[in-house]
Design a protein around this ligand. Structure first.
Ligand SMILES: NC(=O)c1ccc[n+]([C@@H]2O[C@H](COP(=O)([O-])OP(=O)(O)OC[C@H]3O[C@@H](n4cnc5c(N)ncnc54)[C@H](O)[C@@H]3O)[C@@H](O)[C@H]2O)c1
Length: 267
């Protein structure tokens, strides 16, 4: 068995991306289209999503769009019916939609708590459950966008981070459950990617992007996530399942170590 550039191609594949109107989802969707995939994109932001769909079509790819709140299970089911009607299958699901607000745990009321659970966990379950029967006999790939916050403490984001950790656990368990169907399940733990969502969060905690150091010495951009998304979507990652790729300029490895300004590092 050899590896060729064709293994990186997504020609003939159908990729579902959630939260695709901006940021990481948009970058991932456009990259998948550039690598040859047809797309199903959804988001609650209609105008921006239409712009993404137009770019996909301009690349010569087919696209199905869905404007809805991913926390609505009926809307998810209806979107996946549209996907089935148009394409008859799904080869790759990128569970990207998600988000949070900054609040001490004890200040989040039960309504906010449920919203965060639905936003970052329940809808992921619904997309996986809905896509599963659409994966062909030859299998497919599920890519769950998680966060470095699934791997460390996250004061002010406790519910968000614990839901991202739940998705990490789900990724490992479903990798085993779905292995016989040839469906690989992996996660990408993002950190320090400059998106509108990240800027909004940063403004709530006093400017994340301004003072946050990564070992690689710069803040990330959405396209830094696009390559790993395409990699996990494609046959280049055919022997990977149940694992996590960290995309954050090395912050996961650093685990609190910072540059000391004199060419070395300090904890
Ligand atoms: N940017 C980072 O550094 C970073 C770090 C860790 C994890 N993440 C994760 O990456 C993913 C994408 O984040 P981003 O930084 O691109 O954020 P973003 O807010 O810029 O983009 C998220 C997109 O998802 C859509 N969306 C969110 N909730 C939705 C809902 N309930 N219904 C429909 N659409 C919805 C938004 O409208 C938006 O278009 C999220 O799951 C986030 O938790 C990002």
């Amino acid at each position: 068995m050899t590896v060729t550039p064709a293994d990186g191609s997504l020609v003939g594949k159908v990729v579902v991306v959630t939260g695709a109107a901006q940021g990481i989802g948009m970058a991932g969707a456009l990259a998948c289209a550039a690598f040859g995939a047809d797309l199903a994109v959804c988001d609650r932001q209609q105008e921006k999503l239409e712009g993404v769909a137009k770019e996909v079509q301009e690349m010569g790819r087919r696209v199905v769009t869905g404007v809805f709140d991913v926390r609505d299970p009926d809307a998810v089911a209806s979107h996946l019916e549209d996907v089935r009607d148009e394409f008859g299958r799904v080869d790759v699901l990128v569970n990207n939609a998600g988000g949070t607000f900054v609040s001490k745990f004890m200040d989040v009321n039960t309504r906010g708590q449920q919203a965060l659970i639905d936003e970052n966990y329940s809808q992921v379950l619904n997309f996986i459950r809905g896509c599963f029967p659409l994966f062909p006999e030859s299998g497919g790939s599920i890519v769950n966008v998680t966060s470095i916050e699934a791997h460390r403490a996250a004061p002010g984001f406790a519910i968000y981070s614990s839901m991202k950790a739940a998705v990490l656990q789900l990724t490992m368990s479903l990798a085993l459950e779905f292995a016989d169907r040839g469906i690989r399940v992996n996660a990408i733990a993002a950190d320090a990617i400059d998106t509108e969502g990240d800027q909004e969060l940063g403004s709530q905690v006093g400017g994340l992007a301004d003072g946050y150091e990564t070992p690689l010495g710069r803040y990330g951009v959405p396209d830094d996530m696009a390559g790993p998304i395409v990699f996990l979507a494609s046959d280049l990652s055919r022997f990977m399942t149940g694992t996590t790729i960290h995309v954050g300029g090395g912050t996961d490895a650093a685990s609190g170590w910072r540059r000391d300004g004199k060419g070395g590092w300090r904890p």
